[in-house]
Design a protein around this ligand. Structure first.
Ligand SMILES: Cc1cc2nc3c(=O)[nH]c(=O)nc-3n(C[C@H](O)[C@H](O)[C@H](O)COP(=O)(O)OP(=O)(O)OC[C@H]3O[C@@H](n4cnc5c(N)ncnc54)[C@H](O)[C@@H]3O)c2cc1C
Length: 404
């Protein structure tokens, strides 16, 4: 039985330092520019690929950490540098989680390296569930996958919306309905490999925050993929559909399996933004003088900073617990994954708003980064399940009642 410890081990500390250096010297100084440009920061992704940060090997190393902490602390560090750039670097990870959670080991070995490419030929990946009429309610997907038995191909049709890296990704992992009468139990995940005809980018969205991260519609028009692109395989899908039709319990639904695995990681990104805003405003409050003294000498400012630090640390602890539970196979009995995501997301929004207040007018203008961090933070109460949906998960888990 190992002793309880929150101390990071040598490997984790070294990697944290390495990612922090990239965040401090590359991501942070570039944040404002790519926010204004609202474009994918290719040169930065390429630099991350050259130094090994954006690579299959590195992500595999992070996921292999038996404590589950590495992936979270790497995400916290990079989002501390800049959340939009961080998402453009780690956006592919959601597709990786989709393949890993739903695919066979052979499919993971084939498709996951393709999500990254190589340092000389960088690739991106996207994971798409959401549709115009199916956001929180993922059971009502309209996009369809139909099996063409003669050719052993799946024919995909429909439009996905709000997809991170949508249309610019080389590999798309998409959740579609194969039997709409079964709701979310009639869905499956498909890999659409690079160069497949019938997949294209629709509208690209102009956003409030995380503007260095590309968000767009993905349009499928008679898009044909080989049978082996169905994650988990046809046999397993047929078994699952048969069980669902008989009204029996089925294994976790395709989209949910992906989100469960990724919630603490998304929470860690929000912690990174909160920490950036806290540190920045702490320094500012010590420097800025009004009425002949540093503004931190006013209790109202000092207490704000105390609360910012306290909530950020509490959010990290929830993230660490959920990541540890997920990596050690402990079931989220009380919605612990959702707790980490909702608390960290709302903490980031709250902390960044306090940071603006501490900087006063300087907090409100684009010459300083805190207004951008506030804009960036807001997405963390919306994507990968809104705060309301996370509370639904937690309340159902603790009550055992199907709260609507
Ligand atoms: C920048 C960005 C990137 C994204 N990236 C991806 C991606 O890569 N892949 C992907 O698949 N999706 C992605 N999304 C989609 C995102 O996950 C959805 O926007 C989100 O799930 C909410 O869905 P919705 O926007 O349709 O809102 P809705 O579901 O319409 O919700 C609207 C409001 O109603 C509330 N609500 C809905 N149902 C309930 C209920 N039962 N109880 C209480 N309140 C409820 C919600 O909490 C919310 O406040 C992204 C979105 C954005 C904005």
């Amino acid at each position: 039985m190992s002793e309880f410890s929150l101390e990071l081990n040598e490997d984790q500390l070294q990697i944290q330092k390495w990612v922090h250096e990239f965040a401090e010297t590359v991501a942070r100084p570039a944040g404002a520019e790519w926010d204004e440009r609202e474009e994918t920061p290719w040169p930065i992704i390429q630099e991350a690929a050259r130094n090994g940060l954006y690579s299959f090997d590195f992500i595999a190393q992070c996921f292999a950490d038996p404590t589950g902490q590495l992936m979270c602390l790497v995400n916290e560090e990079l989002s501390w540098g800049d959340a939009g750039i961080s998402l453009s670097i780690f956006g592919s990870t959601l597709a990786v989680a989709g393949i890993y959670a739903n695919g066979t080991p052979e499919q993971s070995a084939e498709w996951i390296p393709q999500c990254y490419g190589t340092a000389d030929d960088v690739k991106l990946a996207a994971f798409g569930v959401s549709e115009a009429d199916a956001g929180s309610d993922v059971s009502s997907l309209k996009s369809r996958a139909v099996y063409d038995e003669a050719k052993d191909e799946w024919v995909l049709n429909g439009t996905k919306t709000w997809i991170t890296n949508g249309g610019i990704a080389n590999t798309h992992v998409l959740v579609l309905s194969v039997d709409h009468t079964l709701g979310s139990r009639g869905q499956a995940s498909f890999v659409v490999p690079e160069g497949t005809p019938g997949i294209s980018q629709g509208q690209k969205f102009k956003k409030m925050g995380i503007r260095a991260s590309h968000t767009a519609e993905v349009v499928l028009e008679d898009c044909r993929v080989p049978g082996r692109c169905l994650l988990g395989g046809k046999e397993k899908l047929d078994e699952r559909l048969a069980r669902a039709k008989e009204g029996k319990r089925t294994s976790t639904q395709a989209a949910m399996a992906t989100f469960e695995a990724s919630r603490p990681i998304v929470g860690a990104q929000a912690v990174g933004i909160a920490r950036a805003a806290y540190e920045y405003s702490l320094d500012y409050a010590k420097e800025r003088k009004q009425f002949g003294r540093a503004i931190i000498e006013n209790q109202s400012i000092a207490f704000k900073l105390a609360d910012m630090k306290m909530r950020t640390d509490a959010a990290r602890l929830l993230v660490q617990r959920a990541a540890w539970m997920a990596s050690t196979g402990k079931k989220f009995e009380n919605g612990e994954g959702s707790m980490s995501k909702v608390f960290a997301g709302e903490t980031a929004v709250w902390v960044t708003e306090q940071a603006i207040q501490i900087l006063g007018g300087y907090g409100y203008v684009r010459d300083y980064p805190v207004e951008r961090w506030h804009r960036d933070s807001k997405i963390y109460t919306i994507f990968e399940g809104t705060s309301e949906i996370q509370r639904l998960v937690i309340s159902r888990a603790i009550s055992g009642i199907h709260i609507k």
